[in-house]
Write a protein that binds this ligand. Structure first.
Ligand SMILES: Cc1cc2nc3c(=O)[nH]c(=O)nc-3n(C[C@H](O)[C@H](O)[C@H](O)COP(=O)(O)OP(=O)(O)OC[C@H]3O[C@@H](n4cnc5c(N)ncnc54)[C@H](O)[C@@H]3O)c2cc1C
Ligand code: SF4
Length: 482
């Protein structure tokens, strides 16, 4: 059977970073990625759903929730919106319902600093200049300033961005420093093999390591490694381990539980006509993340707010249906809706999102055919968070004359989220989580999970940089262990 010093399943942040670091340390590394390897020339500026499905994997649950995750070499780094924030000190202290700190004790700001620094350097993360903020970001900042709330320029991995607004389709101008520009070339230059089109079905223990069973080119294949790293992202890693449960009977009962969308909840703001020089602004213009971030409510209320780029009338329709707001037409179709859209587009609509320290209320499960699905869990604490968040955000709208409506009805709040945390959460012991502080799966030596799914709780800021710092730390531990 084929063997490598390390086999890594998935090539997003959680997979690409160990691939680079382990290969640099002289190990033979094979990365198994289910999706294709695309070059910049393969990317398109298109909203055609058939194209969008090739850029991100929309995992749709049987209750119609839909989450976005990576689907090609480089994972979601290709399609993501570029916001890279370190997690604030308060996020390390999040507790569960029993008052137990969710992050393992070894994790705090000082311990994570060097790992964040390495990742920021590699990904070329920097704070945007004022001349790089999209107009939507400026209007969002103005709305907050009218209520005395602070806002700062965001930190992104974009260089010389052209503000064309197609970040989620993949940047055709190479302005986003995704993993095919950063860690993956380092991995390859040190001999790692990036194997595209390799879909791993399950893992089983074998001798002093594990075997990954995968399909490629219509054939079943196996590869053995003493070090196996599962990095399939926040939904597909728990799904892969759940499919492997017959071979890995000691997996923690927490596997799949605690799935958390980072407290994400979207809003649409309809600006009053006199709000600003609105004729200088088009909803669709500017990068998908409009370049501002507000930590104003974070310490007291545990959420941040940031503006997005343009929202399209088709997506806007979901908000109209959800809201029942007096400024909106009663229904999102027909002539009344058409006239309303004409009156607010393209100058008077902004979109923004909250991320917050909220508990999850779903579990990742697998269907009989092995594909992922979701099961509901108690959502009372999550609803309490959403109630408070909406109360504060609606008050901002009221004071500023901006009609603020949630972008989805409450049962679907956050369901288009791409922040897919905690379903293989890290903990001190198997009584509380799936992997230990070093990323090793409880009960299985040198089998690791390294991606969004091990982040033990919501962060309140965009997670990619924290996933990267965690991956740097876990990779360092694997290299030190030899
Ligand atoms: C449109 C969009 C915008 C986003 N914007 C931001 C942002 O601005 N800031 C931020 O911090 N985060 C953002 N995110 C989220 C961020 O991209 C993710 O949190 C991050 O990419 C997660 O990294 P990961 O390694 O856990 O998983 P992924 O990046 O999803 O990588 C997992 C990889 O595993 C592969 N895989 C899955 N199953 C298998 C299998 N069985 N066998 C082989 N391979 C498999 C997948 O194809 C994928 O390539 C965004 C995401 C999306 C989709
Ligand atoms: S807005 Fe900037 S980063 Fe996004 S696709 Fe356009 S040039 Fe690339």
């Amino acid at each position: 059977m084929e063997e490598a010093d390390a086999v890594i399943i998935g090539s997003g942040y959680g997979g690409a970073i160990p691939a680079a670091r382990l290969a640099e340390a002289g190990m033979s590394v094979v990365v198994l990625e289910r999706g294709p390897r695309r070059s910049t020339a393969d990317l398109r500026q298109s909203d055609d759903p058939r194209y969008l499905q090739t850029a991100v994997d929309l995992v749709i649950g049987s209750d119609n929730v839909a989450f976005r995750t990576g689907t090609m070499m480089g994972g979601a780094s290709i399609a993501m919106d570029g916001a890279h924030f370190r997690m604030p000190a308060k996020s390390y202290e999040v507790e569960d319902g029993a008052g137990r700190r969710l992050w393992p004790q070894a994790y705090d700001k000082d311990a994570m600093r060097p790992h964040y620094e390495r990742a920021e350097q590699m990904l070329k993360v920097r704070q945007l200049g004022w001349d790089e903020i999209a107009k939507t970001g400026g209007l969002f900042a103005k709305m907050l300033s009218l209520v005395g709330a602070s806002c700062e320029r965001a930190r992104l991995n974009y260089t010389d961005c052209l503000q064309c607004g197609f970040c989620a389709q993949g940047c055709i101008y190479d302005k986003k420093m995704h993993l095919l520009h950063t860690y993956l070339p380092v991995a390859e230059s040190h001999g790692a093999e990036l194997r595209a089109g390799a879909m791993v079905d399950h893992i089983e223990p074998s001798g002093s390591g594990h075997v990954a069973h995968y399909r490629r080119g219509g054939q079943s294949k196996q590869i053995f490694s003493a070090r196996m790293i599962v990095a399939c992202g926040g939904i597909h890693s728990p799904a892969l381990l759940l499919r492997s449960a017959a071979w890995l009977p000691k997996l923690s009962q927490h596997l799949g539980e605690h799935f958390n969308n980072n407290g994400e909840h979207g809003f649409v703001g309809i600006l009053p006509p006199e709000f600003d020089r609105l004729d200088r602004y088009w909803c669709y213009q500017g990068m998908d993340n409009a370049g501002m971030m507000s930590f104003h409510w974070f310490e007291e209320e545990g959420f941040t707010l940031h503006p997005g780029g343009g929202i399209e009338p088709s997506i806007f329709a979901a908000s109209v249906d959800a809201a029942g707001d007096a400024v909106l037409p009663a229904r999102a179709w027909g002539m009344a809706y058409k006239r309303f859209v004409e009156s607010v587009y393209p100058h008077r609509v902004i979109a923004f999102s909250a991320l917050g320290l909220a508990p999850g209320h779903r579990a990742v499960i697998v269907k009989d055919n092995g594909t992922p699905d979701f099961a509901p869990r108690d959502r009372s604490a999550a609803d309490a968070y959403l109630d408070r968040l909406e109360q504060i955000v609606f008050a901002v709208g009221k004071k500023t004359g901006v009609a603020v409506v949630p972008s989805a009805p409450r049962p679907l709040a956050g369901t288009t989220s791409a922040h897919l945390l905690s379903a293989c959460r890290m903990a001190e012991s198997a009584d509380h989580g799936v992997v230990g502080p070093d990323g090793q799966v409880f009960g299985y030596e040198k089998l690791y999970v390294c991606d969004a799914s091990i982040v033990p709780c919501a962060l309140g800021v965009n997670p990619a940089l924290t996933i990267s710092a965690l991956a740097e730390r876990i990779a360092e531990g694997i290299v030190q262990d030899g």
